[in-house]
Design a protein around this ligand. Structure first.
Ligand code: TRP
Ligand code: ZN
Length: 460
């Protein structure tokens, strides 16, 4: 072996030894760089659970420059020599763990943090990341845009499925929910609207700081931030404060439908169980800003004035998706099937088409897209928002209702949202729950043909 090869060997061995003991004589191993989600394997990270995000942000729409300090409170789930956060773009300026400077490096969307002392399983720790830069917009596998979306006078942050890593570092997978405190400073005259409740607003030296607090657990994909000029309305709905923010050009078109928010909230609470959050509302941004609505927690986002069905859909998501959150992106139909079925129920309860009529019209439609794949098995990450997840997912829910009857159906729905309130759930857990609570009914064909089966099932 040449002296050079020897030297390299020694250096490799040294690196290995340092890595194995956390670089400082500590213990533990690095947390994994992804949670192995079947559709987005690198989303989220192993080795810890976040309990709270404190985000302190400043944004200047003129320069599109964001500066941020993110302080995460987390609990180690293993002995950790290092752990990852998901972050796309931006420049990391400094990282501390428990107040001490930490070494870090970046590869792709992974920010790896090496705490100076290592962390023991079950330790609670705080990691602070200071960062800045121009956040990017992500184009998803299905062609839709998410992440940080600049608007005429501000920006809109949307995070389904992975866009939240464009504006703050975190454990960006739906299985790790946390509370949030989001504080945003913007030029005076603009507003910053986020999740939860506005706890303070103060203007100083030409800049206004808005402090928002979302106390109930939230998945990072439904975190949002809207910066711009909005008309603000405060009211109450189903016993909680409602805060709506509407771009002036959509104010007139939105007024009538948003006035029905209390009615929709009460209807949903009556059918799905107590509202899971401490405030509600809506953000109506300009038409075409995102091309789709999103059920951002407490306060769904709409690109232009929604119609009543879309408002019902996004409010229903507060139960299905935001309170009961999919454990992986494969469980997306638990969100969209129920939110779509809520539209059918609303229509039926308003004296329009019955859910059975909606079901039959869909079944008879010749649209091949509807039968492209079973709702519980989207064919890839570009298909998690496709029609089978929404419409065929709702068809699954409808067949459960038909099989058990209305009384048991509403007991089932309310029991499901109660059991998993502020938690996560998956498809296997759902089918087991239904079977357990309707033991006399055979759901074999519903699961085999409608939930998991390829092609168009036989007419039920
Ligand atoms: N999940 C959103 C809703 O149902 C819609 C949505 C988000 C979407 N991202 C998408 C639809 C991408 C199509 C493509 O309210
Ligand atoms: Zn939806």
């Amino acid at each position: 072996m040449s002296w050079f090869a020897r030297l390299r060997l020694v250096s490799v061995l040294l690196t290995l030894a340092l890595t194995a003991c956390g670089g400082d004589g500590g213990h533990g191993t690095p947390g994994s760089s992804g949670l192995g989600d079947p559709y987005f394997p690198k989303a989220g990270n192993g080795g810890y659970d976040v309990t709270h995000y404190a985000l302190d942000l400043a944004y200047d729409p003129g320069t599109r420059h964001l500066t941020g300090t993110a302080t995460l409170t987390a609990r180690a789930t293993q002995d950790l020599s290092a752990f990852n956060l998901d972050l796309r773009g931006l420049t990391v300026d400094r990282v501390t763990v428990e107040g001490d400077r930490a070494r870090w490096h970046r590869t792709g969307d992974e920010l790896t943090v090496r705490p100076p002392r290592g962390l023991a399983a079950r330790d609670t720790f705080r990691v602070t990341v200071r960062y800045s830069g121009t956040p990017v917009t992500i184009t998803d596998p299905d062609g839709s845009e998410e992440g940080w979306i600049p608007t005429v006078d501000g920006a809109l942050a949307l995070g389904e499925p992975i866009g939240s890593m464009t504006w703050f570092p975190g454990n960006h997978h739906p299985s790790d929910k946390a509370s949030y405190a989001i504080t945003v400073t913007v030029p005076e005259g603009l507003r910053a609207v986020s999740n939860g409740e506005l706890t303070s607003e103060r203007t100083e030296k030409g800049r206004t700081t808005f402090a928002w607090r979302a106390a109930e657990p939230m998945a990072s994909y439904v975190a949002t931030l809207a910066v711009g000029d909005y008309d603000i309305r405060r009211s109450t709905a189903a016993g909680v404060p409602a805060y709506t923010a509407v771009v002036p050009e959509e104010a007139e078109a939105s007024a009538k439908v948003l006035a029905r928010l209390p009615q929709v909230m009460e209807w949903a609470a009556y059918n799905f169980g107590p509202y899971p959050f401490s405030s509600t509302g809506a953000i109506v941004d300009g038409q075409g800003v995102s091309g789709y609505a999103l059920e951002t927690q407490n306060r769904p986002v709409f690109p232009g004035a929604p119609d009543i069905a879309l408002l019902v859909h996004e409010i229903a998501h507060q139960w299905f998706g935001n309170s009961v959150t999919p454990r992986s992106w494969q469980d997306m139909w638990l969100n969209e099937g129920f939110a779509t079925y809520a539209e059918w129920l609303w229509e039926e309860d308003q004296g329009g088409d019955t859910a059975q009529e909606t079901f039959e019209a869909l079944y008879d439609s010749e649209d091949a897209d509807l039968w492209a794949f079973p709702p519980a098995e989207p064919t890839g990450p570009g298909h998690i928002s496709d029609r089978p997840v929404y419409d065929r997912g709702a068809m699954v829910v409808h067949q459960i209702r038909r099989a058990v009857g209305d009384d048991t159906f509403y007991d089932l729905v309310q029991g499901w949202t109660a059991d998993h309130r502020h938690g996560t759930a998956d498809t296997a857990g759902f089918t087991a729950y239904v079977e357990e609570h309707a033991p006399d009914v055979d759901f074999g064909r519903v699961w085999a043909d409608w939930l998991y089966g390829e092609g168009k099932p036989d007419r039920p």
